[in-house]
Design a protein around this ligand. Sequence first.
Ligand code: SF4
Length: 61
Amino acid sequence: MGESIYEIDPHKCTECIGHFDEPQCVALCPVACIPIHPEFVESREQLMRKYHRLTAHKQDV
Ligand code: SF4
C-alpha cells in the first residue's frame, strides 16, 4: 500500500510471466489504471529471468 493507493513494485513485478499468459492485475482492473512503467519496459526473457531470481528460494525447497 502506498500513501493513498496500492503501488506495484516494478522490481518484483514479472507481468505475471512464469504464472500466467497475461498480467492478471491488468486483466482484472475494471478501469484500466495499470500502465506499463516507462522506465521498466522489459522483454519476455528479462521478465523470465526476474521470475527465476525472485522464486529461486522456492525452487530450492
Ligand atoms: S498481478 Fe502480475 S502484472 Fe500485476 S503486479 Fe502482480 S506480477 Fe505484476
